[in-house]
Design a binder for this molecule. Sequence first.
Ligand SMILES: [Zn+2]
Length: 252
Amino acid sequence: MDFVGKYNTKSPAVKRLMREACELKDPTEEYCAHPVDDNLFEWHFTVQGPSGTDFEGGLYHGRILLPADYPMKPPNIILLTPNGRFETQKKICLSISGHHPETWQPSWSIRTALLALIAFMPTPANGTIGAVDYTPEERQRLARKSSSWECPTCGKLANHLSKSSAGKPVTHDESEMIQNVIFKGEETRSEETEHNASGNQDAQGNIGASGPTAVQENQPSNSPVFDSLSNILIALIFAVMGFIVYRRIYWL
Ligand SMILES: [Zn+2]
């Protein structure tokens, strides 16, 4: 991949992403990531499901979208492989809970984000946006199926990760960040945000703890009274239409 000449190498984002592309060149057992189509700001990654969880043995592929002012702003992640924890094809944002909510440190990297994603997968979904809460059996079934999943750009997942390279050990700073990370779907509708506000707070306060696993479903806003009235109305319309058809057929 030749990024020199295509990008302004004086830009901090370009400099930083070129360095990270070089550092992540060789896949490890746990993760791999690379820019796609010579675009430094869109990467594809594969991570291994954490062992001892429903995701064990699973391989999960996705896109990483990097903001123009990376690493001042965090990357966004989109999972493509069905996994039972995050919706696919939906942007999930990475933020940090605890003392500094919504902060991202420029010293963190794509590697840190991937390690955090792996660590975050088994935490309860708690109804946060972009999260799904499948049964353990369903997640295990998806994990088994995942190695035959294929990315149109990168090919079959089974060939992505290294069989032997453990990768760099996790630093103290990274492990602290991983403890505090939360991922959530991009909040586009304020109504949805309000509806899920309590779920989000719970997720932030209870990372790693075994909290409730029920998904908060959006309740339909129509009341039962309104429902039965509309049913009667629909039945009446059908009766009138039936009567008109009957008249046309037999009386004319
Ligand atoms: Zn891919």
